[in-house]
Design a protein around this ligand. Structure first.
Ligand code: ZN
Length: 300
């Protein structure tokens, strides 16, 4: 069975067709500009995949939409499927789900936050396969967290925003932090924009500066400790461009164990290398999660 998948990100939209095994069979990449410019191209792509002249087995049966946030994921809410107060002004309050429903008719659609979708992909085919309670942290220019509990994405009043956990400063660190709302929150201290402002260079040019990654690991570990103590996940998956620094993950594991300080003793923490693990789907977790979201929508 074929499913449509839209991975709507801050810099690019990936439109794809995949099957029930998570295989991506076709995809196009459209730059994120404004809704007026980007959405007609997205709609054109998916319209061709539901064209009545296609044989049934070549049509997509549902569409999964993975969207940058914040978004309204509360089914039944008046603004369900809308992008909310994003700093991308052109997209603020944009009715993503409604726009696609109006353009594509009544094929089943699933909608969720991009980091929740990425985790759904990892929990179906990747690093968290088979687990019901897991967390995905995307540490890129910004920081976002997806969570599943009992196999379902965590929503509640909005959706988790753990990229803005308030941090304690590492002693001696007087960097003000990059977040306009909180200064020294997780993203404000450890996101790619914070790294660039603090050290005067983008993260990818700082690979030979061990002190950068020591400090980065201490902030990530602090956030992970708060998250594991709060959500009790069976696994924490780390993705995003900053995690491409190979020296970072071992340091994060070391400092998480230091932060937990033997307070809890579980098989997961005793196997820290598998408990805190890299994403496994080679950057395709967003699209694959959207495929899984479509498959769930088709079954409902
Ligand atoms: Zn913040």
């Amino acid at each position: 069975m074929l499913y449509g998948a839209l991975d709507a990100g801050g810099t690019k939209f990936i439109c794809a067709v995949g099957n029930e095994n998570g295989q991506v069979l076709d995809q196009v990449v459209i730059p994120t500009s404004t809704p007026d410019e980007t959405m007609p191209k997205v709609i054109e792509y998916f319209k061709a995949k539901i064209d009545p002249s296609l044989p049934d087995d070549e049509k997509i049966q549902a569409l999964g939409i993975s969207c940058f946030g914040p978004v309204d994921v509360r089914e039944g809410s008046k603004t369900y499927g809308n992008i909310l107060n994003t700093p991308k002004i052109a997209w603020r309050d944009f009715p993503m789900l409604k726009t696609l429903k109006e353009a594509l008719g009544d094929i089943p659609m699933g909608f969720d936050l991009n980091v929740n979708c990425a985790l759904l992909g990892e929990a179906t085919w990747g690093s968290a396969k088979g687990l019901l309670d897991a967390v995905y942290l995307k540490i890129g220019m910004g920081v976002g967290m997806g969570a599943i509990s009992g196999g379902k994405p965590v929503h509640g009043m909005l959706h988790p925003e753990a990229g803005h956990l308030i941090m304690s400063r590492v002693p001696g660190d007087d960097y003000k932090g990059h977040c306009p709302s909180h200064g020294a929150c997780f993203e404000g201290m450890a996101g790619g924009l914070a790294i660039e402002e603090r050290w005067g260079k983008p993260a990818k040019e700082l690979g030979d500066r061990p002190e950068v990654w020591e400090l980065e690991a201490k902030y990530i570990a602090q956030a992970i400790t708060d998250i594991l103590l709060t959500l009790s996940p069976q696994k924490i998956i780390l993705g995003g461009g900053i995690m491409n620094q190979s020296q970072l993950l071992p340091l994060v594991r070391k400092y998480v164990l230091e932060c937990v300080n033997d307070y809890i003793d579980t098989k997961e923490l005793r196997n820290i290398n598998s408990f805190i693990a890299p994403a496994a789907l080679n950057g395709n977790q967003g699209v694959m999660g959207a495929i899984q979201l479509a498959s769930i929508a088709a079954a409902e």
